[in-house]
Design a protein around this ligand. Structure first.
Ligand code: ZN
Length: 204
């Protein structure tokens, strides 16, 4: 696991740890990154879900103020799930999607090939704040294009979210959710095109 060395990542520095939930309760989490996949954790006080990583103390995970949650906790309110058959996707489409999302784990300097690949698939998207805490109900969105460094998507409403958690709605694709940091948002038809960089993958 060449990317899991955390020795040169000061996880205890203030700006990389999440010490408080948005409700003010103390939590012990670390902001996820390309080196550190996120997972859903629920604040024991307010029930908010944070997509972050556990802190480690003395070599083991320390779960202060949170319990491990489930992605369904976030997405159960999306009804209906995008009812789109995968048959319109070519094998190449699916392979490109998998390759691009797999690269989320690579350090930026290894992202040599970052050509954009246009592919429209349905997504369930939730907004996150800077603490990686879920801030709203999921929305149905569509991918516009994807590369090894990020993706752009068609989002139904105006938003100024710090981050987005993006789940590929079509379970057939079997692609893990990713977290996206927006760099550009522009009007597109009746919705908004949001382009961003991958932050990390989400394990659940
Ligand atoms: Zn809370």
């Amino acid at each position: 696991m060449p990317y899991s060395h955390l020795s040169d990542h000061p996880v205890h520095s203030r700006n990389l740890t999440i010490e408080r939930c948005s409700c003010g309760a103390p939590v012990s989490l670390v902001k996820p990154s390309r080196h550190l996949a996120a997972a859903p954790w629920q604040c024991l006080r307010c029930g908010s879900v944070l997509l972050a990583s556990p802190q480690r103390r003395d070599g083991s995970e320390f779960h202060g103020g949170v319990r491990r949650s489930d992605f369904n906790t976030i997405y159960k309110s999306v009804t209906p799930r995008a009812d789109v058959s995968p048959s319109h996707l070519s094998d190449e489409d699916i392979e490109q999607l998998r390759n691009c999302t797999k690269s989320v784990e690579l350090p930026s300097h290894e992202l040599r090939q970052s050509q954009r690949y246009a592919v429209a698939v349905p997504l369930n998207v939730v907004t996150l704040n800077e603490k990686f805490c879920v801030t709203g109900a999921p929305s149905l969105a569509y991918s516009i294009d994807i590369s090894t460094g990020g993706m752009s998507l068609l989002y139904p409403k105006a938003t100024e979210a710090a981050l987005y958690a993006v789940e590929f709605a079509d379970g057939f694709l079997n692609i893990p959710p990713v977290i996206l940091r927006p760099i550009r948002c522009s009007r597109l038809g009746s919705g908004f095109a949001i382009a961003g960089d991958f932050v990390c993958r989400v394990d659940y």
